[in-house]
Design a protein around this ligand. Structure first.
Ligand code: GLC
Ligand code: MG
Length: 249
């Protein structure tokens, strides 16, 4: 058995069923000890909200944390030190003030709390019925102003604006290069819109948990392939099911 690069979203993917999480933690920890498997969390949360979560849930210490929807990578979580290579790369593509000039003109966008406004991430709440139309309008305003940004809508309520070359999937590729891991040995798990990039960047093995949100399910139905698996079970239990499916365990 080779070592594996195991990447999982946190909210409603790894987290949601405490008993199943405990079982999965045990499996992953053994895999790491035996084969040198790397464990990475890829979350929309800031480092601040991630640390809050670690006080509420029993999570293994990961080998890296991808935070703020892929705009921050931490290899040294305890020292809260963002990976400088990733940050330097993204800073070339980021014009925060220009983006805010445009978003300020949309009263439908409600800013998320200060902790969730990252060095390379601006986040809003945006209610569902109007979301699609607003995102289209924003898109054309950004285009007019020649602002090359990425918008990700998740959980039918969160709108993240990121630098063009940032998302969870691109951050995973950054780690794959660093650790010399291939797609065949990479497994990604998720439940919502901001996880599409995890499944859709390269060809890693993908596990969608059974409780996946509509936006991800719809995407999956249109993008089915042998290396993506929609589990029947939810949360960590769905991940365990997927690890069996791909014969990683
Ligand atoms: C997390 C983040 C939030 C983001 C959402 C979706 O909840 O805290 O800022 O909008 O994930 O990516
Ligand atoms: Mg999630």
């Amino acid at each position: 058995m080779n070592n594996v690069l195991f990447i999982s979203d946190l909210d409603n993917t790894l987290i949601g069923n405490d008993q199943a999480l405990e079982k999965l933690n045990h499996i992953l920890n053994e895999h790491r000890e035996k084969f040198g498997t790397k464990i990475v969390y890829a979350t929309g949360r800031s480092l601040f909200l991630y640390q809050k979560l670690t006080q509420e849930q029993s999570l293994l210490l990961p080998d890296a944390l991808i935070a703020s929807v892929g705009t921050e990578v931490y290899l040294d979580i305890e020292n809260e030190k963002m990976d400088p290579d990733w940050a330097n790369f993204l800073s070339q593509y980021w014009q925060r003030d220009k983006i805010l000039e445009i978003t300020h003109q949309f009263s439908e966008l409600t800013p998320q709390p200060e902790s969730e406004q990252g060095a390379f991430k601006i986040s809003f709440y945006l209610a569902q019925p109007k979301a699609e139309a607003i995102i289209k309008q924003l898109e054309s305003r950004f285009k007019q102003t020649k602002l090359d940004v990425k918008m990700i809508y998740s959980g039918s309520k969160n709108l993240d604006i990121l630098p063009k070359p940032a998302d969870k999937g691109l951050a995973v590729q950054f780690l794959q290069t660093k650790w010399e891991m291939s797609d065949a040995n990479t497994i990604v798990c998720g439940d919502s819109g901001n996880d599409i990039a995890l499944f859709n960047t390269g060809k890693p093995r993908g596990i969608l948990v059974g409780n996946a949100q509509t936006e991800l399910r719809e995407w999956y139905q249109n993008n089915r392939t042998h290396y993506r698996y929609l589990a029947t079970q939810n949360y960590a239990q769905g991940i365990i099911e997927g690890l069996h499916h791909f014969q990683f365990i």
